[in-house]
Design a protein around this ligand. Structure first.
Ligand SMILES: [Zn+2]
Length: 506
């Protein structure tokens, strides 16, 4: 312990360029992240790691002040005080208090914003390594309510994990925290309380999808059941009307107006209520997104216009909007049609988004690299994209290389649960097309991962893998051990993504 103390106190003079200063001593090896070394209030705060875990190290000449606020093991003696502190919620709060650049902020004013997200809590260093070179606003903390349920994490955990890694990387350019797919007022309150800054209100579940199959008579009956005001609004504002939207015409027949009213009445009401509730809570700047991407039909551009206008007319000031671009827009794999076909639909949605002074938000961007260039071109570089699945799959790929035995356990766990888990996502892996892993040689595991059905299985498999009490600690241990490779891998992938998205280099 004395050695740790001596090294930590001397860190400020360190000249090594790399993030890590390795100081092997006796039986254990402790190193510190050079960019994490910060001096404030007469103390040095830094992040370190040993063979088992990462931790905060606080060194101070006095026993009071900043050092006394951190919880941890006091290891100082003789006029210098040091505390080795676990990465818990209490200590994350102290970091945010003394280093305000570790607090998430609003994405407002940025053209290209990228939702990185991280289900494991170890990927932010890789995200920052890539984002640092570009003029983008990274939403480093991003997690959906569903992901939290699957992984057993909370919004607090999500922000805390990012806080420590932002601190560790010494990254001071600001980041966002997206509470994704919020479907209830309760979800919004929990996310707000945790300090999230970007709220994605998901109205999909309240869309009356069955109405798409109605015949004329059923539609009339359903429309007549709406309250009189809603009926009047739909007819007055939309029936037989044509709108000029950024050089395009968007026209509504009476039937389309009625269909939109029936389909979206409850969804829009929820959007309005949720946005108003958020406003009533909020004393800080936040970003608001409205999403309805997770439905089994592509959003016609007229429907997008209808939803956006109704929200807009009711005071919902959304910054980004996520329609469903295609029912073929499955998660984690390439898009089923050509970029040109996608571009035709996407361009129209972008015109509508711009008309309402918002940007399009593309969910499930992981694996859709072929579309990044056309998205960048059609939006003029103004869009939001969520690509969190990539970080998980990169962890899976790395484990396949570094620890084939663990990979096979993870694979089997995902395979056993894929039928259950795929219901939560827009994926269609067929269990019969996914081989058992026992007969596969170790050096063929990464090739196996390239198969779309296997990619999708592992993409959704996190829900079983990360919750498994035996697998989770093994996974964290191997990623801790291979941290450098994981960060490098993520940096390379995301740098490639950002280049394809036309992100401007700093
Ligand atoms: Zn989504």
């Amino acid at each position: 312990m004395k050695n740790i103390l001596q090294t930590a106190s001397g860190l400020i003079d360190s000249h090594e360029d790399h993030i890590r200063e390795n100081i092997a001593r006796e039986e254990s090896s402790v190193s510190f992240y050079k960019r994490s070394i910060h001096k404030t209030d007469g103390a040095i705060v830094s992040m370190g790691r040993d063979q088992k875990e990462r931790f905060l190290m606080v060194v101070s000449a006095k026993e009071t002040g900043l050092i006394s606020e951190f919880s941890g093991e006091q290891i100082g003696d003789g006029g210098i005080f040091a505390r080795k502190c676990p990465l818990n919620h209490h200590n994350a709060k102290i970091i945010r208090k003394y280093f305000p650049w570790t607090v998430p902020t609003s994405a407002a004013g940025h053209d290209l914003t990228v939702g990185f997200g991280d289900r494991i809590g170890l990927a932010t260093l890789g995200h920052v390594a890539a984002a640092n070179s570009f003029k983008i606003f990274p939403v480093l903390a991003q997690q959906s309510v569903r992901e939290l349920q699957m992984t057993g994490r909370t919004f607090f955990d999500v922000i805390d994990d990012v806080t420590f890694q932002v601190f560790e990387a010494g990254y001071k350019d600001g980041y966002g925290a997206d509470a994704d797919h919020l479907k209830t007022i309760g979800d919004i309150e929990i996310a707000y309380a945790a300090g999230m800054t970007f709220f994605t209100i998901d109205i999909s579940d309240r869309i009356k999808v069955a109405a798409l199959e109605y015949d004329d008579k059923q539609l009339e009956t359903a429309f007549a059941q709406l309250d009189k005001d809603a009926q009047g609004r739909a007819l007055d504002k939309y029936s037989g009307k044509e709108f000029k939207v950024g050089g395009k015409k968007i026209a509504f027949t009476e039937k389309m107006a009625k269909l939109c009213a029936v389909l979206y009445a409850d969804a829009i009401t929820f959007g309005i209520d949720a946005a108003a509730h958020l406003k009533s809570l909020d004393s800080r700047n936040h970003d608001l997104e409205i999403c309805f991407d997770e439905v089994n039909f592509s959003t016609p551009v007229e429907h997008h216009f209808y939803i956006a206008r109704e929200l807009h007319d009711n005071g919902v000031d959304f910054a980004t909007i996520a329609p469903s671009f295609s029912k073929d827009f499955e998660q984690a794999i390439a898009f089923n049609s050509t970029p040109e076909e996608f571009g035709k639909i996407f361009a129209l949605h972008n015109v509508v988004a711009e008309f309402f002074n918002s940007r399009l938000s593309i969910h499930s961007g992981s694996g859709k690299e072929a579309l990044f260039a056309i998205i960048a071109k059609l939006t003029g570089g103004k869009f939001h994209i969520k690509i969190s699945g990539t970080s998980w799959l990169e962890a899976v790929r790395l484990i396949a290389v570094k620890d084939p035995v663990l990979f096979k356990i993870m694979y089997s766990c995902a395979r056993d649960n894929v039928e259950r888990l795929k219901k939560f996502y827009n994926v269609s892996p067929d269990i019969d097309s996914i081989p058992e892993v026992s007969g596969i040689y170790d050096d063929q595991l990464t090739a196996l991962l390239e198969r779309p059905s296997v990619t999708q299985m592992m993409h959704v498999g996190y829900g079983a893998i990360l919750k498994d009490k035996a697998i989770h600690p093994m996974l964290i241990a191997i990623l801790h051990k291979t941290e450098k490779e994981y960060v490098e891998g993520l940096k390379n992938i995301y740098t490639g993504y950002l280049e394809l998205m036309g992100a401007v280099r700093k």
